[in-house]
Write a protein that binds this ligand. Structure first.
Ligand code: ZN
Length: 133
């Protein structure tokens, strides 16, 4: 079906994971706005929030909450924005529902493609911080 996020979750495409749960995962955005820009994604494929079960949305939000703490701790981000784009008109590009967890007050990344080494280094810092969150 050609979904980039399903391919990442199934291990057929590379990404820097910061969390892997049974129903929800998180990995770094490949084109980050700011260093540490993370995506929270359900394992099951849903198009947007309207077809995602409430309990899955709740898990996504609970993980995003932990990521806010982890991004403050690991990257020193004073602010973190949580965003879900629903529909192309709202800026949704990948039609597998996801929440952007974007740290602010850290280095701006300008949507340049994530360098693999940098990605792994940042993902490790966030993973370590998540374990304590
Ligand atoms: Zn998908």
């Amino acid at each position: 079906m050609g979904c980039v996020f399903c391919e990442i979750i199934q291990g057929r495409r590379e990404a820097h994971f910061v969390y892997r749960g049974e129903r929800v995962v998180a990995f770094l955005d490949k084109y980050p706005l700011y260093v540490g820009h993370t995506l929270v994604v359900p394992v099951e494929h849903y198009r947007d929030v309207t077809d995602t079960p409430d309990d899955v949305l709740a898990e996504m939000f609970a993980l995003a909450k932990k990521l806010v703490v982890a991004l403050r701790k690991s990257l020193g981000a004073p602010g973190v924005r949580l965003v879900v784009n629903n529909g192309a008109a709202a800026g949704q590009v990948i039609f597998h529902v996801h929440m952007h967890v974007i740290p602010y007050g850290v280095e701006k990344a300008w949507r340049r493609p994530l360098d693999p080494e940098e990605g792994e280094r940042i993902a490790r810092r966030i993973r370590d911080a998540l374990q304590g969150a």
